[in-house]
Every structure is written in C-alpha cells, then in structure tokens.
Design a binder for this molecule. Structure first.
Ligand SMILES: [Zn+2]
Length: 683
C-alpha cells in the first residue's frame, strides 16, 4: 500500500477504526459490492499489522446521507474516539468522501493531526502531521466537493430541459401509468380507475375531503409503492384524509404535466442541526405546466374549481365554508365596524342572527352591531335574484361577446407566434440533421440552437394555452335566459337546501358587510360582487317581536277617519290601494287594522241597519236571557240575518216585540207564573 512505511508500532498498538457509510438505503440495497468492499477494509487493517481484536467497525451510518454530520451517530462516535487519542488509524473506502461536508473532514483531519492518528483509504496512508499529506487530503476533499457541485448542476440542467419539454419521467400517482411507449395513460385496471374517479365524484357531491373519506368508509383505495421491496406494486388501504387531499391536489389527474410542485429547503433548527424540508410551491409559481399532456380524470377547469373549493374549506387559512344552517350570509358577512367576520348564531326554532364577535378579543368598536339574519338574507337574496333577471343576463352576455371578440384577437396573435416558433424549431432540427457527424463542434452548436428553439416553441404554446384558457366558454343564450327566468322558482323551492342557496349566493357575491348606520331603525348593507362591483342597500331593522311597530301616521290618520264607518275588510282594501305599509314593512291585513283600532280606540262601524237590533239588545228589551232569543232564531220563530262579520241582526218592530212578549207569557218554561197557574187550573 502507498505510504505503508508511515505506519509505526505506536499506531498498531492502538485501535483501528473502520468507518462505513452509504448514503441511502437504496445504495445499501443496490450497491452491495460497495458495502462488501467497505467491510473488507477490516481485513486490510489486519493485513497492515493490526491485531484482529483491535479492529473495530463503525457501521451505524449505513443508509444515512452524508451531507451533514448532525444525524450521523457513527461519525460522531468516530470523532470522539479520535479525540481521545486511543485510535491508531481510521479506515474508509475513500477518506476525502468520509464526511460530505468539508467542515466535517477538516475537523477530523485536525483531530487526527493532534492525536497522531492515520487516515487510510484505498489510495494510501495519510499522516496529517505531514504537511504534504494534509495538503493532498485537503485538495481531494475540495475536488470531491467541486465534482459534486458540477455533477448536480449538470443533472439539474438536464432534468430542467427535459421537464420543460414534458419528457422528464416522474413517478405517476395511482390511476395513471406509463404505457410501453412511455406515454402516460389511465391505469388499465378498471378497479383502480373507478376508485380514482370516485374520489372526484364524491368530492363534487360532498364538497369536502372529509366527506370523501366518509363516502369511502369500509372501502379501500389503491396506493402504488415507490422504492422498497414493494416498488411498483399496488396496495389497497383505507382511504385517509391526507390521501384524499393528495389526489385532489395532484394536477396529473387533470392531464397536466407539472414539474416543480415542491421545493426542498434547508433550515437550521434551534440545536444548530441542518434539516431539509419539502414545501409546496403555489400553483402560480410552478416552473413547468403543460396542460393536456396526457389523458386525465378531470379537466383543468375542474381542477381549478377543486382547488378553489379546498381553499374555501380551509378554515385555518381564513376560509369560512358553507355550513348547514339557514342563515344565508353565514361565512361571508363582515362587520363594518371592526372589519371582523360576523358569526351566525341560532336561537332555537331556526331563528338566526348575525353578531360581531370582536368583543371576545377586546376589539369591539361603537359601530359593531348584530342584526336578525332574515332581514339581511331577504334583502341580499332579492338583490341576487334581481341581478339574475333575464334582462340582466342578456346585458351580461352582450358584454361578454365584446370581451370574447377582444380575446379572439389576442388569441390569433398567440396562434401565429406558435406557428412561427414551430417553423424555427423545424428549421433548427433540419440544420442539425444535415451536419456531418464528424463535425462535432458545429453539431454541438446546432444542437444547442435546436434546444433553444424547442424551448421557445414550448413557451409560445404555453402563451397560446393561457390565452385560450382566459377565454371562458359561453353557454348558448336561449338556455341561459331560460335558466335565469326559472331561477326565482328554483331558489324558493322546498327541494333547494340552505346549503345550495349559500353556494349559489357565493358564486356571485364575494362578501356582505353590515355597514355602520347612525339611524337605529335602519341597517345599511354593502354587497361586493365577485366581479369587483359593489352595491349598497338600506333596509329597515326588524323590531324585536312582541312590541308592535308604531304604524306611520298617514295610515293611522286614515283608519281614524274611516274606521267608525268602514269595516276592517274595507279598510284593508283602501290601505292596500294607497300603498300604505305597517311599521314592520308589511301590507295591512285585518289583524293589523284591528290592532290600530285597539291602540287608538277607534270604534268599529255598527253592523246593524236602521231598525235592526242585536240579540243582546232584544234580550234586554224583553227581559229574558240571550239564549232564549238564539233559541227562537234557530227554530225560525224570530227572523234575523247575519252581517258580513257574522253578527245576528234582528229586524225590530213593535209588532215583533209584542209577538215575543206573548210567546214568553204563554210559555210555562219561560214564565214561572204561567207554569204554576196552568196545572193548578186543571185540578
Ligand atoms: Zn365588529
């Protein structure tokens, strides 16, 4: 061995440490010969004169990455053993790669120099006290670092170039596989296909990832194993929430080729250890997105819709998803006083109110108020339905046509750019194909140019796709108009759930704000549409139930004037004709008129025509009970008519009165005197 003469008896008297490491478990599994060679170093130590019992193998770091010593127990043990001075030599397959970071190796070299420990690898023996050896080892370490850097750089650049063309093969999620030509296709296994498709179907129905998990209860979902003994095989396991999110967020299912969805970043934790964390990259920053790259389970638009829905469900991120209750503006209503969200509170029998909860955080402002939910809901729903009248839809369509025209002009420009880029790329390819293989320098330049043209073509195609994607497909006018006309009925239908109404509301309205209002009786509501437009409406605050609202004066005046001579039904008709409303904002009904009569003590008009009297009056005049009069009327002995309000009116004349008196006088039942005398007369 090179430099064997540097080994002295002093070194041989101390322990020889054989340090083994292999970055990943895959390397350990697949590069078995390397592992064997590392273990063979123990034999080398014996061959170099160490006693077998003095040779120790440190193999705790097999399968751990060498990028940092932080998690490598074996390397730490090695360092401490060297520091103690009880080690004669350290054996490694390649000393310069012992610690991947220069810092690790520099520390080891420094300690070895101080404790007169030799470092030995297949290249030879390094005595760090020897300046020459120290220099050689330092150089080798720097070289290996540089080599790593250059290799990684080349690999990354090659990967990036392939990815930009959509040709870098990445592991595919379950449900998609590579066919024999390397193209991405749907998994031919019908069961797998159905399971994946069902996730999207369940999400569309349930609206949440947890809903999908619930729908899959008792059913297993396939997962493809990457690496390991099970590599490439399908395993069926219960579906977890995490898995559902993985599937829903994976753009590969939408037929898109995406590179760079995740980045790894290095962080230093509190103990000074370097950790590598993987983070998701926001969709807008994905470096490579190629739509319609392969067949998928859903369209790109559907993928975006799922993304938006997931974001809305994410309460931790500020999302306020649609809940079960009837309060329509739940989740989108904001307090105009403090700017915080208002909560929908239910007070039994489904009556709800919106209340600002900022007092919990001590942020309550004088403008913070609550309001009955139905008052806001009715007003907002009315505005929404008004915005969806056939006329409004027609107007919106006309505007959309105008925008479409502009888009088409922009789209045409993008199409031409793609055509030109394709021509340039073809030309570069032809030029490359015509060059003689011997003319390597020229070929290399032409290849680079071809590569650049292909990249430009990909860019142009991407721009065209973006232009086309920005163009929303317009449904035909007739069906839209029909839909808009039927909307109010659909909105009020019993089969339409509160959840459906809220979702519909949220498709158009971004948020609703209860604005501060000085007038206690009014509420000012701001409505912000998704289009960016804003509306403001003012409604009457509903009065607390139990206390009737004071009726506005003109209506009261009318009831006072006409009340004594007009029936309640007549008053209702007149009030409706003049368009008067009650204090609660509703049209007058009989009950409301009755209330005003009671409040202002307005007498009702007499239902009796002249010459007619009531049952009570008749009873009083005859000196009998009203029951007797009712009995006569029922038996046809006394004429009477019913007024529109249901009262009995008896036409009263002196003759009628005389008849009645006679009837009483002759009745033993009614006249005790007559009863007493008649039987006695028979005796
Ligand atoms: Zn508030």
């Amino acid at each position: 061995m090179n430099g064997e003469h540097k080994i002295t008896g002093g070194h041989r008297a101390r322990t020889a440490l054989v340090y083994l490491r292999q970055s990943t478990l895959m390397q350990v599994r697949e590069h078995t010969e390397s592992t064997l060679r590392q273990y063979a170093l123990a034999d080398t130590a014996v061959a170099l004169g160490w006693a077998r019992q003095d040779v120790e193998v440190i193999d705790r770091d097999l399968g751990l990455s060498g990028t940092s010593a932080a998690h490598r127990q074996g390397f730490r043990e090695l360092m401490s053993r060297v520091c103690l001075g009880e080690t004669g030599a350290v054996f490694g397959l390649e000393i310069s790669r012992l610690g991947r970071s220069n810092a690790d190796l520099a520390r080891l070299a420094e300690m070895a120099r101080l404790t007169d420990t030799l470092l030995i690898d297949s290249d030879g023996v390094y005595d760090l006290a020897d300046f020459n050896d120290w220099l050689v080892l330092g150089l080798k370490s720097t070289m290996s670092q540089a080599e790593l850097h250059i290799m990684a750089g080349r690999l990354q650049a090659a990967k990036r170039a392939a990815a930009e063309r959509g040709e870098l093969r990445a592991p595919l999620p379950v449900g998609l596989v590579y066919d024999d030509d390397g193209m991405v296709v749907l998994d031919p296994d019908a069961e797998v296909q159905a399971a994946v498709a069902d996730i999207f179907a369940c999400f569309a129905a349930a609206g949440s990832a947890y809903g999908v998990v619930a729908a899959f209860a008792g059913r297993k979902f396939p997962q493809r194993a990457y690496g390991g003994v099970w590599a490439g095989q399908l395993r069926w396991a219960p579906l977890t929430h995490h898995r559902v999110l993985q599937v829903l967020k994976n753009p590969a299912y939408a037929g898109a080729y995406v590179h760079g969805r995740h980045v790894t970043r290095k962080t230093v934790d509190a103990d000074g250890n370097v950790r590598t964390v993987t983070a998701e990259v926001p969709r807008a920053q994905w470096p490579v997105v190629i739509k319609d790259h392969h067949p998928g389970y859903l369209t790109w638009e559907e993928y975006l819709a799922i993304e938006a829905r997931l974001a809305a469900n994410h309460t931790g991120g500020g999302g306020r998803p649609v809940r079960e209750g009837t309060a329509l503006c739940q989740g989108i209503i904001i307090c105009g006083g403090c700017g915080g969200p208002m909560a929908a509170n239910y007070h039994g029998d489904d009556r709800a109110s919106y209340e600002c909860h900022s007092h919990r955080d001590g942020k309550k402002t004088p403008g913070c108020r609550g309001i009955t939910a139905h008052a806001v809901d009715d007003a907002v729903a009315a505005v929404l339905l008004q915005a969806l009248t056939p006329e409004q839809v027609a107007l919106a369509l006309a505007a959309a046509d105008e925008v479409t025209g502009q888009h088409q002009r922009a789209g045409r420009a993008a199409e031409l750019a793609v055509e030109r880029a394709r021509y340039e790329a073809d030309r570069a390819e032809r030029a490359f194909g015509q060059v003689e293989p011997e003319n390597r320098l020229v070929a290399r330049t032409l290849e680079a140019r071809w590569e650049a043209r292909l990249a430009a073509l990909a860019d142009a195609e991407q721009a065209l796709q973006t232009a086309q994607a920005a163009l929303p497909p317009l449904p035909d006018r007739a069906s839209l108009a029909k839909l808009a006309a039927g909307l109010p009925a659909l909105w009020h239908a019993h089969t339409t759930t509160a959840r459906d109404r809220k979702r519909l509301l949220r498709t158009l309205i971004a948020d609703v704000t209860l604005l501060p209002e000085a007038n206690q009786g009014k509420a000012r509501i701001g409505i912000r549409w998704h289009t960016g437009a804003a509306d403001e409406i003012v409604i009457d605050r509903p009065k607390p139930t139990g206390v009737p609202a004071p009726t506005p004066t003109p209506a009261t005046q009318l009831i006072r004037e006409l009340g004594p001579v007009t029936s309640n039904a007549g008053l209702v008709a007149i009030l409706a004709q003049r368009g008067y409303l009650t204090g609660a904002g509703r049209p007058f009904d009989t009950k409301a008129v009755q209330w005003v009569r009671h409040a202002y003590q307005i007498p009702a008009p007499s239902p009796y025509d002249s010459g007619q009297i009531s049952v009570a009056d008749a009873a009083r005049r005859l000196g009998c009970s009203p029951g007797v009069v009712y009995y006569w009327i029922e038996n046809g002995q006394l004429a009477a008519r019913r007024s529109p309000s249901g009262r009995l009116c008896i036409p009263w004349t002196p003759a009628t009165e005389a008849d009645c008196h006679a009837r009483i006088a002759s009745s033993g039942h009614l006249n005790p005197a007559a009863r007493r005398t008649k039987p006695r007369q028979r005796h």
